[in-house]
Design a protein around this ligand. Structure first.
Ligand code: ACO
Length: 428
């Protein structure tokens, strides 16, 4: 028997059903509350509002747990590959050997983009931010594949759209960078794995055949796994809400890229490096910057710290911190900002302000240090995040469509003027 909760207001009592998830999370289903009572709920930033039910990712912020389709992130990061994780997220189960081979093969064979993309790219000034270019290139897939605009096409048609975007995104990302620096573009190779192919397109130069270092491609693969999904965050909610208007996969993902861009979300990885550089140039006084972050009159925040849902630790940050140490040692890179990052973390973890507010390093605090060691330029960091988050966005868009969710349309509490008559210009 389903549980109910009672809400009393204005001398009346209303009953709303309680929905229980598979990890025993309880939620009040208030969808009938307004028709019963005229009440809506108000929750700025959706801090305590579930927008959907989902079987993709489980996250327990109090205990630092993150699982994709039930599999702990620690095990996936250690044992799986990004493409296998993408399959898991999108189709719900780990692939068999045969399924994985087919999936990988399809992705390898779909990396090419139309030559006209070169003309599209040439229209962007070289100072364009790569995230803006990437979202435009993804939107323009609708022009090359207009059938993709129909989200209700056959499952095979939807799968084709999925395959295309997964396969072409590395090409878009690498071409965005090459165009920015004015270098010739490299074509995707069907003979390379996902990360090696991307690195080759990023770093190969005419005359010098770029050899992909397995340390670099494995580290990148792990980073992409760690970013692959994170339930209903800002960009994923944007993808779902865009798709809920019957928006296509490509337009929804493009919207997600734009939502990810901001420094409070995926853009934090770039902001962290800029912040650590500033601290270094300023003499490395971490306490001074901590004080700035705590000062309510100063807009500065410690980038890479704090999270809406993790209130104990971010499990991805733990894996990345260790991976950063390993990668730097393996590549023989010494990065002075790693020491600054560690120093800052130590000070913050023992500081009353940060402890009280449960502010811990998040996934972005150390990821930028690895990207730097891999040779990825700072303004491409958020693009790397988008590349990693793509399977999650696809899985969430697909789930939303399959569950036939209604169009996303929140309500509001209006606080503006009551009705007033229009005043002609000469009376104002
Ligand atoms: N530095 C200093 N103070 C902080 C920080 C920070 N990084 N983060 C939160 N706080 C303080 C706030 O000022 C607030 O203090 P108050 O209660 O005295 O007013 C309190 O902690 C709670 O912060 P909120 O902003 O209410 O928390 P919210 O859940 O809305 O924000 C967010 C989460 C956006 C991640 C925030 O912690 C932040 O801005 N962090 C820095 C940016 C960042 O690293 N973003 C990446 C997040 S991970 C990701 O998206 C992949």
């Amino acid at each position: 028997m389903s549980e109910k909760a009672k809400i009393s207001y204005g001398g009346k009592e209303y009953e709303v059903p309680v929905v229980v998830g598979t990890e025993n999370e309880h939620a009040l289903d208030i969808s009938s509350l307004r028709s019963q009572s005229g009440l809506i709920t108000l929750d700025y930033g959706y801090k305590n509002t579930g927008s959907t039910s989902s079987a993709i990712t489980y996250l327990d912020g109090e205990n630092g747990i993150l699982r994709y389709r039930g599999y702990p992130i620690e095990q996936l990061a250690e044992k799986s590959s990004f493409i296998e994780v993408a399959y898991l997220l999108i189709y719900g189960e780990l692939p068999t050997q045969l399924e994985l081979q087919k999936f990988e093969g399809d992705i390898r064979n779909n990396g090419m983009v139309h030559e006209d993309y070169k003309r599209i790219l040439s229209g962007f000034p070289s100072r364009s931010h790569p995230m803006g270019v990437l979202s435009s290139l993804v939107t323009s897939l609708t022009a090359f594949f207009p059938q993709s605009l129909d989200p209700n096409r056959s499952p095979e048609g939807v799968n084709l759209s999925i395959m295309r975007i997964l396969a072409k995104m590395p090409t878009f990302a690498a071409w965005t960078y090459k165009h920015k620096i004015g270098h010739p573009l490299n074509y995707p190779s069907p003979h390379m794995d996902y990360c090696s192919n991307y690195l080759h397109m990023m770093f190969n130069q005419p005359g010098t055949e770029y050899e992909v270092d397995p340390v670099v491609s494995n580290a990148l693969d792990k980073l992409l796994i760690l970013h692959a999904d994170h339930e209903q965050n800002c960009s994923t909610s944007t993808v779902r809400i865009t798709g809920s208007s019957m928006g296509s996969l490509y337009t929804s993902v493009s919207a997600g890229i734009n939502a990810l861009w901001g420094p409070l979300h995926g853009g934090a990885n770039m902001a962290v490096i800029e912040m650590l550089e500033n601290i270094r140039e300023d003499g490395g006084d971490t306490k001074k910057w901590m004080d700035k972050a705590k000062d309510k009159d100063d807009p500065f925040r410690l980038m890479g710290f704090g999270h809406r849902v993790y209130k104990n630790f971010d499990p991805r940050a733990r894996i990345i911190k260790k991976a950063a140490d390993d990668v730097l040692i393996k590549l023989g890179v010494s990065d002075p900002i790693l020491d600054i990052a560690k120093g800052l973390e130590e000070v913050a973890l023992n500081d009353e302000y940060f402890v009280e507010r449960k502010l811990y390093p998040n996934v972005d605090f150390y990821s930028g240090i690895i990207y730097r060691a891999l040779g990825i330029p700072v303004d491409m960091f958020t693009v790397m995040f988008a590349l990693g988050r793509l399977p999650g966005w696809i899985a969430q868009w697909k789930e939303m469509r399959e569950n036939k969710e209604p169009i996303g349309r929140p309500r509001q509490v209006y606080t503006g003027y009551n009705e007033r008559p229009y005043k002609p210009l000469n009376e104002r």
